[in-house]
Design a protein. Structure first.
Length: 98
């Protein structure tokens, strides 16, 4: 599988955290701060990109990290490329549906 997907409920919100599988547990460098791809937050089930996109579409808040998932979200017009930040060469973005 290509990514890890974790779905959580918090009040009315459905939070989805997705990371490229090879990034789970790593600490990313390259920005003003480091970024830990924390297993407790991102370590859900292994899934395909298509399954992750489906989960993101059902969420109210999403956190995405990794080239595969962020590029797929841009391709599916879920994320605007201008909202992506980078830790080195690894993209990260958040989606909030109000």
């Amino acid at each position: 599988m290509e990514v890890y997907v974790k779905t959580m409920k918090h009040g009315r919100d459905t939070i989805v955290a997705v990371c490229d599988a090879e990034l789970l547990g790593k600490t990313l460098q390259g920005g003003r701060v480091s970024f830990k791809v924390n297993e407790r937050f991102y370590g859900g089930i292994q899934a395909s990109i298509e399954e992750a996109i489906e989960a993101i579409r059902k969420s109210t808040i999403s956190n995405l990290v990794g080239k595969k998932i962020v590029e797929a979200a841009i391709k599916h017009k879920i994320v605007n490329e201008s909202s992506v930040i980078y830790f080195g060469d690894v993209p990260h973005t958040q989606i909030v549906i109000l």
